[in-house]
Design a protein around this ligand. Structure first.
Ligand SMILES: [Fe+2]
Ligand SMILES: [Fe+2]
Length: 205
C-alpha cells in the first residue's frame, strides 16, 4: 500500500547484543543497561526515540477516540470534525510506521510476525475509516461502525505498545531507536505539509 521499505534502508540492523534480557524486572530502566550508546549512529541533538514518539501519537489518538465515542447522530458537526482529525492523525501515523518503523523492525526474525500483524490491523482500520467516510455521519449505522473502528484501534495500540515495542527494545539499540525517531519526525513533517496542501486544494475547488 504505502510500503516503501527502501526509506529505512540506511538504518542497517545491527547485531543483537546484551540488550536482550534486560527488560524483565527492570521497569523504567529498559535501554539503560548494556553497552554504551553507539555514537557513530547518532547525529546528535535531543531527538525523541521512536517508541516515545509513537506512544505520544497513540495517546493523542486515544483522547480523540474517546471524544468521538461520546458523540451522537445529532452532533453532526462535532462528529464530522472529530472524524476528520482522527483520520488525519492516523493517516500520518500509519505512514511513519509503515514506511520507517515497521520495515526496520521486520528485518529481525523475532519481530517479524507482530509487524506483519500490524500491517493487517492497519488495513482493517483503513477499511473501516473508508466506509465511515462514505457514510453520512447521521446514518444509524455510523455510530456502530465507529465503535468497531475504535475497538480495533485500541486493540492495535495495545499490541504495539505491548508485544511490538517490547520486541523493538530487544532487537534495536538506543541509537537506532533515536535514529528511527528522527526519520519519523522528518517524514511526519513532510506528510503534514502534503495534507495541508491537499486540504487547501480541496477548499479552492
Ligand atoms: Fe501505532
Ligand atoms: Fe500501528
Amino acid at each position: 500500500m504505502r510500503l516503501r521499505p527502501d526509506a529505512a534502508r540506511e538504518q542497517r540492523p545491527i547485531p543483537e547484543h546484551a540488550a536482550d534480557g534486560q527488560r524483565g524486572g527492570q521497569a523504567g530502566r529498559a535501554g539503560t543497561a548494556g553497552p554504551p550508546p553507539q555514537h557513530h549512529l547518532h547525529k546528535g541533538g535531543l531527538s525523541m526515540d521512536a517508541i516515545a514518539l509513537l506512544k505520544r501519537d497513540h495517546d493523542k489518538v486515544k483522547g480523540l477516540l474517546q471524544e468521538l465515542e461520546s458523540t451522537t447522530e445529532r452532533g453532526v458537526k462535532t462528529r464530522t470534525e472529530l472524524f476528520a482529525r482522527i483520520k488525519g492523525e492516523l493517516t500520518v501515523h500509519e505512514i511513519i510506521e509503515e514506511e520507517i518503523f515497521y520495515p526496520t523492525l521486520k528485518q529481525h526474525p523475532r519481530a517479524k510476525d507482530i509487524v506483519l500483524e500490524g500491517y493487517e490491523e492497519h488495513h482493517v482500520v483503513d477499511t473501516l475509516m473508508g466506509e465511515l467516510e462514505a457514510l453520512p455521519v447521521d446514518d444509524e449505522t455510523w455510530g456502530a461502525k465507529a465503535t468497531v473502528m475504535i475497538e480495533n484501534i485500541e486493540h492495535h495500540i495495545e499490541e504495539e505498545e505491548g508485544e511490538m515495542f517490547s520486541k523493538a527494545r530487544q532487537v534495536l539499540d538506543r541509537a537506532e531507536l533515536e535514529q528511527l525517531g528522527e526519520a519519523m519526525e522528518a517524514r511526519r513533517a513532510e506528510a503534514l505539509q502534503a495534507q495541508v496542501r491537499s486540504e487547501e486544494g480541496a477548499r479552492r475547488s
